[in-house]
Design a protein around this ligand. Structure first.
Ligand SMILES: *Cc1c(COP(=O)(O)O)cnc(C)c1O
Length: 370
């Protein structure tokens, strides 16, 4: 496998999804597919089974639901379907994606409590335990890899607290699932959400939820939306063996199936995680040597997915830097932290160590010339 820039792709995406995909994934979209026969439905069933197997060794306890739309649609489907009218959800928020869940919960008129932290802070377990003593709280949600900063939240520890208090546990694993080893059963997760265009390295078009069957089965009739009814979507896929309720993104589904095969060929989540780790460490060290400090301490809380760097000087022009890198074949990502001048570089997708090394050379050339 080699991620040399191809003629039809003028740049490599160093963004956390959409991301640079392999040629094989893109080729899987080069024809049209029917959805009404067994061939397609079996492909969907195979995807669902593979996703559950990626998520846990306890495959009988979990089921996968695919949902049209970007990842946020699946997050909203979970929030709007799982929390009953009499329920109350605690959302732990230390970034833009935690904040988005709060916004969704409010829009859905859920009874919501928010535990908010600055984007650069790890949520505090003592404080979470304290809030969880509220017996009215029925559900807890948190982001695993907060893509805002690249911080990995301690979901295993939080999950232990959530279950010690008997609450339903929802994790936005959008940008970590498939790239960071995790067992939903061990982390006591009831609903884990991710999407096609993150660490599985497919193209955008649908999200998915790995759900504990026992919890999902209790959600019938609770959804506040028809198209985002996670239960109905699951029930149809389950009863009709791989059928989507409404038009499914067929090309995206085929590309995703191919992406799953490529993940397996690479050596599964462990091997992919190792590739991401190597890239991220090289990136962080190389950028620091060129005068760019990391926002998150480079310890267990730094994810191998995306890294946030501070502007090196007050008069640093991100636009000029961005344009220079784009013209040399790399697209990076602006910052998203409220009160820090920063930018982000992702390293998931069809991106290898040699790409990161080439990027560092391009950054070094830019620094030498301004
Ligand atoms: C990408 C992402 C999402 C979903 O974003 P969409 O733009 O709706 O695909 C949600 N949460 C996290 C942590 C993400 O990284």
């Amino acid at each position: 496998m080699n991620a040399k820039i191809e003629l039809d792709n003028p740049y490599l995406l160093l963004t956390p999804g959409p991301l640079s995909t392999s040629k094989g994934v893109r080729q899987a979209m080069q024809r049209d597919w029917c959805t009404w026969d067994q061939e397609y439905n079996q492909l969907v069933q195979d995807i669902r089974q593979r996703l559950v197997a990626l998520a846990t060794t306890q495959v009988d306890d979990y089921s996968a639901v695919l949902m049209q739309g970007s990842g946020s649609f699946s997050v909203e489907a979970v929030l709007g379907t799982c929390v009953p009218e009499a329920g109350k959800i605690l959302i732990i928020n230390n970034g833009a994606y935690g904040a988005r869940m709060v916004q969704m919960a409010k829009r859905l008129k859920l009874n919501v409590v928010e535990l908010a932290y600055p984007e650069t802070q790890v949520p505090e377990l003592d404080e979470i335990a304290q809030v969880l003593s509220d017996t009215q709280i029925t559900h807890v949600a948190c982001v695993h890899c907060e893509t805002t900063t690249g911080m990995l939240n301690p979901i295993e520890e939080i999950g232990a607290l959530v279950k010690a208090h008997n609450k339903v546990w929802i994790v936005d694993g959008m940008s970590s699932f498939g790239g960071v080893p995790l067992d939903v059963a061990e982390c006591k997760i009831d609903f884990l959400i991710s999407s096609a265009n993150k660490c599985i390295q497919g193209v955008p078009g649908f999200g998915f939820v790995i759900a504990k069957r026992q919890e999902l089965e209790q959600c019938q009739g609770q959804a506040r939306s028809v198209s985002l009814d996670l239960y109905d979507q699951w029930f149809t896929m389950e009863q009709q063996q791989g059928k989507w309720r409404f038009t499914s993104p067929t090309h995206v589904v085929h590309a995703f199936h191919h992406a799953l095969l490529e993940l397996e060929q690479e050596g599964g989540v462990t091997a992919r995680h190792q590739r991401y780790l190597t890239s991220q460490k090289t990136l962080a060290q190389g950028m620091q040597a060129l005068g760019f400090n990391c926002v998150i301490a480079q310890n267990q809380y730094q994810s191998p997915i995306i890294t946030t760097f501070l502007y090196p000087e007050d008069d640093f022009s991100f636009q000029a830097f961005y344009q220079h890198l784009k013209s040399t074949g790399f697209v990076i990502y602006p910052g998203k932290i409220s009160d820090l001048a920063c930018f982000r570089i992702g390293n998931i997708g069809e991106v290898y160590l040699e790409d990161i090394e080439r990027l560092l050379q391009a950054v070094a050339r830019y620094r030498a010339n301004v």
